[in-house]
Design a protein around this ligand. Structure first.
Ligand SMILES: [Zn+2]
Length: 235
C-alpha cells in the first residue's frame, strides 16, 4: 500500500487496539501496552501434545480462564477473535499454533505433506450473527505460517431449536450438528483439527470420530486454549 492510500485509510478507519479500543500508531492487532501484557501472560507456554479426557490427542498453546475474562489480555483477545474478523488478531495466535504444529510434526516423525489442517465449522446461527467463521480464519492463517495444507472437511447442519432443551440435550444437539463434508483430502493423512477453545471436548470428539470414519491416519486437536475449570469435582 502506498503512503497516500494508508494515510486515507487511517483517516477513515483509525487503527484501534482489538482489546482496549485505544488508537494505535500502526495497524497491528494490539496497542503497545496490551501487546506487552499479552507477551507477559503468554511467557510460559510449552505447547506439547497431551491426552484430553477420554483419549483425544490435543495441543493447546495457552489457557482460557473465564474468571480472568475482564482483566487479562489473552482472554479478551480470544473473545474478540470470535466477534470481529481481524486477521492481525488471528495472526497473534496463528503464529504460535503454527510453531506448535511444526514442532509436533517433527517430533512425530511424519512428513509435512502427510499432515493436513481442518477446522470445526461455526454453527449457522453464530455464522449469521458475526458474518464470518473464526475457526476457518485461524486454520487458514496457521496454514500460511506452517506451510501445512488446510482443507474444509467438516460441515454443519442447523441444530434443533435450543430454547426448550436442558444442558445435556443442548450438548447432544451441538454434537449432532457437526457433519462430514468433503473428506477426500483427509484420507490416510495426519489431521490437525483447529478450534479456538476446548472445554468439554464434545465437539472435538464428534469431529474426530467423523474424520476417523473418513479414513484419516490420526487426529490431533490444535487449540488456542483449554478452559480452566475451577470446580474440579465436576470433571
Ligand atoms: Zn490496548
Amino acid at each position: 500500500m502506498n503512503k497516500f492510500a494508508s494515510f486515507i485509510l487511517d483517516l477513515l478507519f483509525p487503527p484501534k487496539c482489538a482489546v482496549c479500543g485505544e488508537l494505535t500508531e500502526d495497524r497491528g492487532a494490539l496497542c503497545e501496552e496490551c501487546l506487552g501484557r499479552y507477551r507477559e501472560e503468554s511467557g510460559h507456554r510449552s505447547a506439547v501434545a497431551k491426552t484430553f479426557g477420554t483419549g483425544l490427542r490435543i495441543i493447546v498453546v495457552t489457557e482460557y480462564d473465564p474468571a480472568r475474562a475482564d482483566t487479562h489480555v489473552t482472554e479478551r483477545m480470544i473473545l474478540r477473535l470470535k466477534k470481529v474478523k481481524r486477521v492481525s488478531l488471528a495472526d497473534l495466535f496463528a503464529r504460535d499454533m503454527a510453531l506448535a504444529l511444526l514442532k509436533d510434526v517433527k517430533l512425530s516423525g511424519i512428513r509435512a505433506e502427510d499432515a493436513v489442517l481442518t477446522y470445526i465449522p461455526r454453527g449457522g446461527k453464530n455464522l449469521a450473527k458475526y458474518g464470518f467463521d473464526h475457526g476457518e480464519l485461524l486454520c487458514k492463517r496457521i496454514s500460511k505460517y506452517s506451510g501445512v495444507e488446510a482443507v474444509s472437511a467438516l460441515g454443519r447442519v442447523d441444530g434443533r431449536e435450543q430454547k426448550k432443551m436442558n444442558a445435556e440435550e443442548r450438548m447432544e444437539n451441538a454434537e449432532d450438528s457437526i457433519i462430514a463434508g468433503d473428506t477426500a483430502d483427509v484420507k490416510d493423512r495426519h489431521v490437525y483439527l483447529v478450534d479456538d477453545i476446548i472445554t468439554t471436548g464434545a465437539s472435538a470428539v464428534r469431529a474426530a470420530t467423523l474424520l476417523y470414519k473418513a479414513g484419516c491416519a490420526d487426529v490431533t486437536g490444535l487449540f488456542i486454549a483449554e478452559t480452566v475449570r475451577h470446580d474440579k469435582r465436576k470433571r
